[in-house]
Write a protein that binds this ligand. Structure first.
Ligand SMILES: [Zn+2]
Length: 285
C-alpha cells in the first residue's frame, strides 16, 4: 500500500458509538487511515485504546495520534514546561496502546524568546520526552513535530527538520496547508514546491524517515499572521490537492494523508479519488 487516506478524528457520518468500530466503517467507505485526536487531553483508557488498535490492524487501517493542543515545549514557566512534557509522554503511551505509528504534536510558541532560542529549548524538552519514553518502555512510536500555520508558533519546515535531526525518535509531520498559510500563500501554489519539499526531507533525513510520510491536508484561509480557518477541498482557498497528488506520484513517496477539512472523511474520499484519477490518467495505476 502506497497511500493511506483518512479523517482527523471520528468520521462525521460514523453511525456507531464504540470507537473500536471505526476501522471497519472506514474500510466500508473506502478509507484506510485515521488520526485519533487526543487534542483536548489524553482520555482514552488502555483497554479502549488496545481494542481500537486491534481492530485497526484487522481492517488494515493505519493509525496515528494527535497529542493535546495545550503543549508548549519552549515555555518560560517551569510548570508549563513540565506539564507539556508529561502530556506528550501520555500521548505517546496511548499511541503505543493503539499501535499508532506516530504521535503528532505542536511544538509550542516562540513567546519572549528568539526563534533560535525557542527552538533550542524545545529540543532540550524533547530530549527529556525521549528519555522518559525509554525509561517507561514506550516503543514503536515516533514523535511527530508538525509544521504550523501561525507565525507565532514554532514549526517552519526548517525548524521541524532541525528537530528531526536532533532527536532519535522524531519524524516530520508535514501540514502543507499550514506551510502555505505561513508563507501567506506564496509557497505551494505550484506542484514543484511540493516536490521540492519532499525531496528536501528525503535528502536531509533519509528515505526511512518519510516511510510513510505523515501529511495533513485541507484548504485554508490565511491572513497577515498566518492560518485563520479550514475550508473544504475544492473551495478555492488553496492549496490545491491536485498539486500535492502529482508531487506524491512524481516522488514515489509512501504517504498517510489525513483530511483536516471541515468535511473530514468526505474530503478524504475526494482526495483519494483525485489521486487515483491522476494515477490512472498517467497510466501508472
Ligand atoms: Zn496539528
Amino acid at each position: 500500500m502506497r497511500y493511506y487516506f483518512g479523517p482527523a478524528g471520528k468520521p462525521i457520518s460514523f453511525p456507531g458509538r464504540a470507537i473500536e468500530d471505526i476501522p471497519k466503517f472506514l474500510r466500508e467507505i473506502g478509507l484506510n487511515a485515521m488520526e485519533y485526536e487526543a487534542v483536548r487531553s489524553v482520555r482514552i483508557s488502555e483497554e479502549r485504546a488496545r481494542a481500537l488498535g486491534e481492530r485497526a490492524l484487522e481492517f488494515n487501517v493505519k493509525l496515528s495520534l494527535h497529542a493535546p493542543y495545550a503543549l508548549n515545549l519552549a515555555a518560560a514557566s517551569e510548570d508549563t514546561l513540565n506539564n507539556s512534557i508529561a502530556r506528550l509522554v501520555a500521548a505517546t503511551r496511548a499511541s503505543m496502546w493503539m499501535k499508532s505509528f506516530i504521535t503528532v504534536f505542536h511544538v509550542g510558541y516562540y513567546g519572549e524568546y528568539s526563534r533560535r532560542e525557542a527552538l533550542k529549548r524545545a529540543i532540550e524538552a524533547l530530549r527529556r520526552v525521549e528519555m522518559l519514553m525509554e525509561t517507561e518502555g514506550i516503543v514503536g512510536v515516533w514523535l511527530g513535530p508538525e509544521t504550523m500555520g501561525k507565525l507565532r508558533q514554532i514549526g517552519s519546515l526548517e525548524e521541524v527538520l532541525d528537530i528531526c535531526k536532533a532527536l532519535e525518535k522524531a519524524r516530520p509531520v508535514i501540514d502543507f496547508p499550514h506551510l502555505y498559510a505561513r508563507s501567506r500563500g506564496e509557497k505551494y501554489r505550484h506542484y514543484r514546491d511540493f516536490v521540492e519539499t519532499i525531496e528536501l526531507l528525503e535528502r536531509e533525513l533519509g528515505t526511512e524517515a518519510i516511510k510513510p510520510l505523515h501529511l495533513h491536508f485541507t484548504e485554508v484561509e490565511y491572513g497577515s499572521r498566518g492560518e485563520i480557518r479550514h475550508h473544504p477541498i475544492g473551495s478555492g482557498y488553496g492549496p490545491s490537492f491536485e498539486n500535492l497528488a502529482r508531487a506524491l506520484i512524481e516522488t514515489g513517496v509512501e504517504a498517510v494523508i489525513i483530511s483536516e477539512s471541515p468535511l473530514l472523511e468526505k474530503d478524504a474520499i475526494k482526495m483519494k479519488k483525485i489521486l487515483e484519477d491522476i494515477l490512472s490518467s498517467s497510466g501508472s495505476f
